[in-house]
Design a protein around this ligand. Structure first.
Ligand SMILES: [Zn+2]
Length: 141
């Protein structure tokens, strides 16, 4: 099995044995923040604690890219989504090409390999392949 790393550290955590997105909860104004930041973007507080997010998202807008944007092969779909009623973020949607994503659609968060990368390990003086793990969305079935 290949080694693994997260695409971005600190946004995925383990909750009850399965992976979940991790945001921040502001201890001063009570807003949830994703992706996590050092200070609250609403009130500048630093009283932030990690909080797990639910796995459901609602599409606000979506677009399909047909140009290659490494490391992803076209076509792929990006969506602006709302989560937990107060978080707005952007993510890639994995789906059949025939499925159209539109405003109001419900998506589910998934975790898995996004792509592989090859690095040169200086210790072993050999190339090794690393699975880069991240999150994406799939249409809620
Ligand atoms: Zn705040």
């Amino acid at each position: 099995m290949n080694k693994q790393r997260y695409l971005i550290e600190g946004i995925i955590g383990e909750k009850d044995g399965s992976l979940a997105l991790m945001g921040r909860l502001c201890g001063d104004c009570g807003k949830k923040i994703f992706p996590p930041t050092e200070f609250c973007p609403y009130c500048s507080s630093d009283k932030l604690e990690n909080v797990f997010l639910g796995d459901e998202a609602t599409v606000l807008a979506a677009t399909t890219t047909r140009m290659p944007v490494p490391p992803y092969d076209p076509p792929f779909t990006l969506a602006i989504v709302d989560m937990e009623d107060e978080i707005r973020t952007i993510g890639r949607v994995e789906k059949d090409e025939s499925v159209k994503i539109k405003k109001g659609d419900k998506l589910t968060v998934k975790f898995g390999k996004l792509f592989e990368e090859t690095i040169f390990n200086k210790k072993t003086k050999s190339k090794e392949t690393i699975d880069v793990i991240g999150y994406y969305f799939v249409p809620k079935g």
